[in-house]
Ligand binder design. Structure first.
Ligand SMILES: [Zn+2]
Length: 200
């Protein structure tokens, strides 16, 4: 198992490429399709999975689908993000047009990759966390020391509160790979992140 992290673009969004037995899975291809292709190298990509539908996480989806003819997975609650008109910094695409397979909560197998998906609305309505082995990809829901914004187009502070309670029930041994910034562990966040520390 091998994980490549390539922070990309203006927002330094983390694109992760998982590799297992010669296959690759792409998480959140944010910006430079050609850079992602270079990181994939000789591996055979089997899919693209999105933690949510924000533009800085999806920018290279169409280029990668065109090149590799692989399926895309996204939670359908973020579908509307692909249809609203947004003003984007130059170089960003606000949407992708490739069809996608609707994510739902539960186990998910993509090629050799055994994943688990949790619905974690709050930062966006269709945000998900993705578990893979001992790793939890949290998108923009949970960062090292903080959480994602909820004042977004389809964000919701009440939903985020429930999501944080849900995350508190996850295995604290998970290594957290967020959508921006460096990795951490869930145990460390449960003990130190002001949004997760219990105050009673
Ligand atoms: Zn986001």
């Amino acid at each position: 198992m091998d994980i490549v992290r390539t922070p990309q673009g203006l927002y330094k969004t983390n694109c992760y490429i998982l590799k297992e037995n010669g296959y690759a899975l792409i998480i959140d291809p944010g910006f430079h399709g050609h850079r992602i292709m270079r990181e994939i190298g000789e591996a055979k990509p089997v899919g693209i999975i999105l933690t949510h539908g924000h533009a800085d996480h999806i920018c290279a989806v169409d280029a990668l689908v065109e090149h590799y003819h692989i399926p895309v997975y996204m939670h359908p609650m973020d579908d509307e993000l692909l249809r609203v008109k947004r003003r984007m910094p130059s170089g960003y695409k606000e949407r992708f047009t490739s069809p996608y397979i609707a994510l739902e909560e539960g186990p998910l197998q993509i090629g050799p990759f055994s994943l688990n998906v949790w619905e974690v609305p709050g930062h966006s309505a269709g945000s998900v966390c993705i578990g893979y082995q001992h790793i939890l990809f949290t998108g923009d829901t949970l960062f090292k020391g903080t959480i994602g914004k909820v004042n977004t187009y389809n964000g919701n502070p009440v939903a985020m509160k429930a999501t944080l309670e849900k995350i508190k029930t996850f295995n604290p041994a998970y290594v957290v790979y967020p959508g921006h910034g460096t990795s951490t562990t869930l145990g460390h966040e449960l003990a130190t992140n002001p949004h997760l520390v219990s105050h009673e």
